[in-house]
Design a binder for this molecule. Structure first.
Ligand SMILES: C[S@@+](CC[C@H](N)C(=O)[O-])C[C@H]1O[C@@H](n2cnc3c(N)ncnc32)[C@H](O)[C@@H]1O
Length: 216
């Protein structure tokens, strides 16, 4: 059966703008983010991964949609950049383990987490820890719940991200971003989270991480 995401990517979904988010490009242009190993979670058609690879990052992307990953690989080939893409469900520990991803200095999620069901959201932090190490930063963009047009992703409640990750991470920075998408305007917020305590990962390795979260 064709999944919702595959169906969306057969066409051109509204979020697939072919432009990396301005908060990301600013951090790179201002050299606040230096080239490192980066993973884009729910990378869609690979816009951010290809952009980061073109800026010297060792860039990886994963997505649950086969169609999106196929388009991402074509985009990387078109732009002649080296990056790696995986089709998998980030919230499924077996799928995540099956590809043997390394640990990343930088993680990002532009619109995946805020699309997830409550059950998937509960599983997400363990997956995040699996691919992070001490000092890992994390950028997250989400819609605030209720700020959109009434259809689309459920979004996140104020305080949800800090709450869900607070066992191991803390917010370094948060911003709300007012943007528009077509005729709709959305509230956005951003945050940066860093670890406060050691954590036990799903692989039983003691570590701690920084979580830098930018939420839209
Ligand atoms: C709103 S789209 C954003 C895509 C991309 N980040 C962008 O900005 O264009 C959300 C993405 O998350 C992916 N996704 C949803 N659930 C996922 C999961 N459990 N694991 C991996 N990817 C997932 C979808 O296939 C989709 O590409």
């Amino acid at each position: 059966m064709v999944s919702f995401w595959d169906l969306a990517y057969i066409f051109r979904p509204p979020w697939d703008t072919d432009e990396p988010p301005v908060q990301l490009t600013e951090l790179i242009e201002q050299e606040k983010l230096k080239p490192c190993r980066v993973l884009d979670i729910g990378c869609g058609t690979g816009t951010n991964v290809v952009y980061l690879a073109s800026r010297g990052f060792d860039a990886f992307g994963l997505d649950i949609s086969r169609v999106a990953i196929r388009k991402a690989k074509s985009k990387a080939a078109r732009d002649n950049v080296n990056c790696r893409f995986y089709r998998l469900d980030f919230t499924d520990p077996r799928e995540l383990a099956s590809v043997g991803l390394p640990k990343f200095e930088l993680l990002m999620d532009n619109g995946c987490y805020h699309s997830l069901s409550p059950v998937e959201r509960n599983r997400y932090p363990a997956s995040l820890l699996r691919v992070s190490h001490v000092g890992t930063s994390y950028l997250l963009w989400c819609f605030l719940r209720g700020s959109g047009p009434g259809f689309g992703p459920p979004g996140v409640d104020r305080g949800e991200v800090e709450g869900r990750f607070s066992k191991n991470f803390r917010v370094l920075e948060q911003r709300e971003l007012e943007t528009s998408s077509g005729t709709f305007s959305f509230s956005r917020w951003t945050g940066r989270v860093e670890s406060t305590k050691p954590i036990i990962s799903v692989t039983k390795v003691t570590k701690c991480s920084n979580l830098c979260c930018t939420v839209r």
